[in-house]
Design a protein around this ligand. Structure first.
Ligand SMILES: NC(=O)c1ccc[n+]([C@@H]2O[C@H](COP(=O)([O-])OP(=O)(O)OC[C@H]3O[C@@H](n4cnc5c(N)ncnc54)[C@H](OP(=O)(O)O)[C@@H]3O)[C@@H](O)[C@H]2O)c1
Length: 266
């Protein structure tokens, strides 16, 4: 099987940012292996891609990333078709924004599994089925991992754990895979996120980037084999500058901003 028939596995393919990665990769003629929870939405996406890019190899397989049996079934499906992977683009992620004392057990488990466990498991599955070319592993982290975040605490912590894992993995796979974690700030994908961005005033507006831009910058960081890439000028500035501010002050400011809204976005 030639390098061109090595697939890119995209998780969260039916979501806002995932969809932007799918379009970008399809335009580049990269064979796609797409996953998400909904069989119907994946089938509709595959149909849409077939119309726009008739020659593009596209496979879809539903998977609940919180479930190890479902993840195993995904790779059995790939093995059954003799699929080799060139790349993983791990976009799936879930967030809940509220005081930790208001979490439910179900949402604790969901966030921990989708944001971390699924990524670790899929990185292993894809690397183990890599093709002949150099494998590439991209994880979508978040600017919220750059600092502990009261009222967004578990999301921020899982994204930090994802980042730490990815950076460590990079050393383990040196010379055998490009391994990059990207840290985007606000991306106006879902309505609740657009509202968040608006409520964060001037900085929220200037630092937010469209999903297409985030996908393009992320793929560039991966092709350059960057360890960790903060996406966008204003986010880079915040990432660097916040270290100059004492943690206690940062915690007070973040708590004030993030306690204003409370939501379960899933
Ligand atoms: N939007 C932002 O401001 C922002 C900022 C920084 C980082 N990020 C990160 O960017 C990524 C994409 O976010 P988005 O804004 O595009 O949100 P989104 O549209 O809600 O996408 C999230 C994706 O995660 C998938 N997912 C959720 N639970 C899953 C599960 N149990 N199994 C499999 N897939 C699951 C969903 O797939 P299905 O619903 O199809 O199953 C969905 O496509 C996330 O990792 C997020 O943390 C977003």
């Amino acid at each position: 099987m030639g390098a061109r028939m090595e697939y890119t596995l995209v998780t969260g393919a039916c979501g806002g940012l995932g969809g932007a990665f799918v379009n970008l990769l399809a335009e580049r003629g990269e064979p796609l292996f797409l996953t998400g929870r909904s069989k119907e939405r994946l089938a509709a996406l595959a149909e849409h891609l077939k119309e726009r890019f008739p020659a593009l190899p596209v496979e879809v397989c539903p998977c609940d990333l919180t479930d190890s049996i479902s993840r195993q079934a995904l790779f059995e499906f790939a093995d059954g078709r003799g699929i080799k992977f060139r790349r993983l683009v791990y976009v799936a992620g879930v967030d809940t924004q509220k005081a930790a004392e208001k979490y439910t057990e179900a949402k604790i488990v969901l966030q921990a599994r989708v944001n971390l466990e699924g990524a670790v498991s899929l990185a292993r599955g894809v690397f183990g089925r890599r093709g002949e070319g150099r494998c590439e592993l991209l994880a979508v982290g978040s600017m919220s991992a750059s600092c502990p975040m009261p009222y967004f605490a578990l999301y921020s912590a899982t994204k930090k754990a994802l980042e730490q894992f990815w950076v460590a993995l990079r050393t383990e796979l040196k010379g055998r895979a490009k391994v990059t974690v990207v840290l985007p700030g606000g991306i106006p994908t879902r309505e609740d996120i657009k509202e968040n961005i608006r409520s964060h005033g001037w900085f929220g507006r200037v630092s937010a980037l469209p999903p297409e831009v985030v996908a393009k910058k992320s793929m560039r960081a991966l092709s350059r084999n960057r360890r960790r890439a903060v996406i966008g000028f204003w986010n880079k500035l915040l990432y660097g500058a916040q270290r100059l501010v004492p943690l206690s002050l940062r915690m007070r400011v973040i708590a004030k901003i993030w306690s204003r809204t409370e939501k379960d976005a899933f």
